[in-house]
Design a protein around this ligand. Structure first.
Ligand SMILES: Nc1c(NC[C@H](O)[C@H](O)[C@H](O)CO)[nH]c(=O)[nH]c1=O
Ligand SMILES: CC(=O)[C@@H](O)COP(=O)(O)O
Length: 160
């Protein structure tokens, strides 16, 4: 199902564990900060709505999506978190750089999930245009940050 057919912000609290006992790390890319700020806002609001305590939400900023992998790794190693949300917005430019950034970031975050015992949620928009990014960070398709927060809670609770 494409995003076109679902709202990223919809969730049923009855199906989500209470997040009050979990610590969350959120690593946020500064590239396209108009987008990543809204993704972070959506994620934080959803975590709090599902019972998370504000002091248990640790936010770090990194320069770009490529640096999300290192930031998430350091968050896992140093902050005793139950899940990490990696937030970025990659938008196609004139060159193939988009492909390399998206691929490296996705593969790097996948690798962290394999190498560590802390889930890292892929909240990186990879859009053709700024308009697509706007629509997925609080616009007509909802907010991917909200979706990522719900995934983080469910993964933090897995096996507990
Ligand atoms: N063009 C975008 C980038 N590019 C920067 C890289 O992520 C990285 O910071 C740089 O290559 C130095 O290592 N990053 C985004 O997050 N979004 C973009 O659209
Ligand atoms: C994803 C990027 O790095 C890209 O936005 C940079 O733009 P360009 O490909 O025009 O250099």
């Amino acid at each position: 199902m494409a995003t076109e057919n679902k709202n990223l912000s919809h969730y049923d609290k009855a199906t989500i564990p209470n997040a009050k006992n979990f610590r969350f790390g959120i690593v946020v890319s500064e590239w396209n900060s108009n987008i990543t700020h809204n993704l972070f806002k959506g994620a934080k609001e959803a975590l709090l709505d599902c019972g998370a305590i504000e002091k248990n939400i640790i936010k770090w900023d990194v320069p770009g999506s490529f640096e999300l992998v290192f930031g998430a790794k350091k968050m896992i190693e140093n902050q005793n978190v139950d899940a990490v949300i990696a937030i970025g917005s990659v938008i196609q430019g004139e060159t193939k750089h988009f492909d390399f950034v998206c691929s490296a970031t996705a593969q790097g975050i996948k690798d962290l999930n394999v190498q560590h015992n802390t889930p890292v949620i892929f909240c990186v928009l990879t859009d053709n245009t700024m308009q697509q990014a706007i629509e997925r960070s609080g616009g007509k398709h909802g907010n991917k940050g909200t979706e990522a927060a719900i995934a983080a809670i469910k993964m933090a609770a897995l096996g507990k």
